[in-house]
Design a protein around this ligand. Structure first.
Ligand code: GDP
Ligand code: MG
Length: 634
């Protein structure tokens, strides 16, 4: 079931017409709801839903008052698909418009529509003037390409076009995670007569179902979902991206603190010290100073903390740097979460960025090893990075040269990869070789295809030479690594090693026409006895091309059917005869001359001499003068 739930947010200066616009789009007066909120759990502060031309029902958030904006944007950071930045045409960009723009940039929300409202109040020239001013403001930022929608929330001019545009822009944003653990930062916690505890929020990930056991963090208060409401209706389940009200059993409203998160139990971590990648906006007026006391906003939580700059003495406007935040109370977070930093007093956005993880302790400042490590974490999932590095097999020592992590950090990552079936362990000289499973599997299938193709093309070769295979695979490993991989692969029975060759486990049998030719050659050589023909004669006799005959001869040699003696092939049976008769003669007479050998084997000097030299090499015979004697006797 592909559930896709969209949430649209609003931003903009006070009185520019956000509430009026939502009423024009949805028919719901979010201001009036405030007064009616006591009526039942369906009444959700500042939330409405609209029907788009395609028929989709989409949630829309009104942000009552500026202070709630940051929280709302952060809470919805994973749920906010599109933001309508409302600018009144008669006033243009105001300070709050600017700050909202900055926050959108900090949170990397770039799917926005600039809604130029109150066009009923201005003439065409003025409208154009304001539009130019806004474009100038966005120039060079990630929001530069954002579309404009001129409307009047009051007269409804441009509203149908805006609805169509919202419809158009929603399918292009990425899908939401309805799988995975539940995570919903709570924006309201209250108690209703006859219901008990009710919490509301935007479901960031996962699916919430009636009866489900969940936890409220920090503090791990276990609760059970009694009922769920979405868009004012009781539903059995709510999905990521939806605005959700949950009626809970197991906790009093007073027990749940503001900024808490409802999650699948134990799915997320909670901590006081976080590693951060911090950014100060170019438009900001002040630097972020070491040990500055700041308001740290994450999800719906706002916690006071001190910034601990690890890379800079201070972060100037437009600069960024790695840092930690030492919080006065813990928050729930995961790597990749966005946050916003605001000054303690006066309340001003001073920066923001991305959480890299929860840290065990305060880190030393200006330590290159630590910074290198944070840079890696900033790039993404460290497990993934190790896996990518392991596309070729490596020892722990080799791997640790490529990563800034020491072995104590690397080993748990390898253990994790192994536990999740993403790692293979091969061996080299008794040491482990780590290889990402996916990469090893791809490598194996490529290798086997190559071997099989080769064997099909050259059936007589019975496998491919080790070096030729390495070259064909385009491997840059050193000789030793290649041999280790071959030996281990052979042991694992991925393929077979036979001497210098690598062959498939199930080598294809030889085709009948080749078998026929082999039989023909064998017969021809057997009959020729001690006067074997040369290969060209064999080729002619058995209808084998000159190019192929060597492969046939080598095959027969490998099969121990033929023996090569100084480039001349003899049938193995003939060689056995030669050996026996020679040995017998020498035992009887003690020595033999070339002339006597020719007699014994019924052959010519041309064959007799190389054969004798062969047996000398085999340590059956040795020379004494112009005679041969048994090697052992000498
Ligand atoms: P918010 O603070 O951004 O939510 O602004 P409101 O929606 O409360 O609107 C502020 C005032 O502007 C109200 O008096 C609205 O009636 C008025 N207003 C909103 N949109 C329009 C519009 O398109 N044209 C005119 N003339 N007035 C508008
Ligand atoms: Mg309003």
């Amino acid at each position: 079931m592909a559930h896709r739930n969209y949430l649209v947010g609003t931003a903009g200066h006070i009185d520019h017409g956000k509430t009026e616009l939502i009423r024009a789009l949805s028919g719901i007066d979010t201001d009036r709801l405030k007064e009616e909120k006591q009526r039942g759990i369906s009444i959700e502060l500042g939330f409405a839903h609209m029907i788009l031309p395609s028929g989709r029902e989409v949630g829309i958030v009104d942000v009552p008052g500026h202070e709630r904006f940051v929280r709302q944007m952060l809470a919805g950071a994973s749920g906010m698909d599109l933001v309508l930045l409302v600018i009144a045409a008669d006033e243009g960009i105001k300070p709050q418009t600017r700050e909202h723009l900055e926050i959108l940039k900090l949170l990397e929300i770039s799917n926005i529509i600039i809604v130029l409202n109150k066009i009923d109040l201005v003439d065409q020239d003025w409208k154009n003037f304001i539009a130019t001013e806004i474009r100038g403001e966005l120039e060079g930022t990630t929001l530069a390409g954002s579309p404009f929608s001129p409307v009047s929330a009051l007269t409804k001019q441009g509203i149908p076009e805006l609805l169509a545009r919202i419809d158009d822009m929603l399918p292009i944003v990425e899908g939401m995670k309805t799988g995975g653990p539940v995570r919903m930062p709570l924006d309201r916690i209250f108690s209703l007569k006859g219901f008990g505890t009710v919490v509301t929020g935007t479901l960031g990930s996962g699916t919430v179902r009636t009866g489900q056991e969940l936890a409220i963090e920090p503090g791990r208060v276990m609760v059970r979902v009694r009922s769920i409401q979405v868009h004012g209706k009781i539903v059995p389940a709510a999905f990521a991206g939806q605005r959700v009200a949950i009626n809970l059993a197991g906790a009093e409203a007073a027990e749940i603190s503001k900024g808490a998160v409802i999650v699948s139990p134990a799915a997320f971590q909670v901590g006081n010290i976080l590693d951060l990648a911090v950014q100060n906006l170019p438009e900001a007026e002040k630097a972020i100073r070491q040990r500055q006391r700041l308001r740290f906003h994450i999800g719906t939580a706002e916690v006071i903390g001190r910034i601990h700059l690890l890379e800079n003495t201070e972060i100037l406007p437009g600069q960024s740097g790695y840092a930690q935040i030492l919080l006065e109370s813990p928050v729930l977070t995961a790597a990749g979460d966005r946050f916003v930093l605001r000054s303690y007093s006066p309340l001003q956005t001073v920066g923001g960025g991305k959480v890299l993880g929860i840290a065990a302790a305060k880190k030393k400042r200006f330590k290159e090893e630590l910074l290198v490590q944070m840079r890696w974490q900033d790039r993404g999932d460290t497990l993934k990075l190790v896996e990518i590095e392991l596309t070729a097999p490596q020892t722990l020592a080799e791997l640790s040269q490529k990563f800034p992590f020491d072995k104590s950090l690397l080993s748990p990552l390898l253990a994790k990869l192994l536990a999740s079936d993403r790692l293979e362990i091969w061996r080299e000289d008794g040491a482990d070789l780590y290889w990402a499973k996916g990469a090893a599997e791809r490598w194996r299938s490529e290798l086997l295809t190559l071997i099989e193709d080769y064997q099909r093309e050259f059936p007589l070769r019975q496998g491919i030479g080790r070096e030729e295979l390495k070259e064909k695979m385009g491997l840059l490993w050193n000789h030793h690594r290649w041999q280790s991989i071959l030996e281990f692969g052979n042991m694992q029975k991925y393929f077979k090693l036979a001497g210098g060759k690598v062959r498939a486990n199930n080598s294809p049998g030889l085709p009948p026409e080749i078998l026929e030719k082999l039989d023909c050659l064998k017969k021809y050589w057997d009959e020729a006895g001690f006067r074997p023909p040369d290969l060209e004669a064999g080729a002619r006799k058995c209808a084998i091309s000159a190019a192929e005959i060597t492969a046939y001869a080598q095959y027969l040699g490998e099969q121990n059917e033929w023996v090569s003696v100084s480039g001349v092939y003899f049938a193995a049976r003939i060689m056995a005869d030669a050996r026996n008769s020679l040995e017998q003669h020498l035992q009887e007479y003690g020595e033999i001359s070339v002339a006597e050998v020719r007699e014994l084997w019924q052959t010519s000097r041309r064959y007799a001499v190389p054969l004798l030299e062969y047996f000398d090499q085999q340590h059956l015979t040795r020379r004494r003068g112009d005679k041969r004697i048994l090697y052992k006797k000498a």
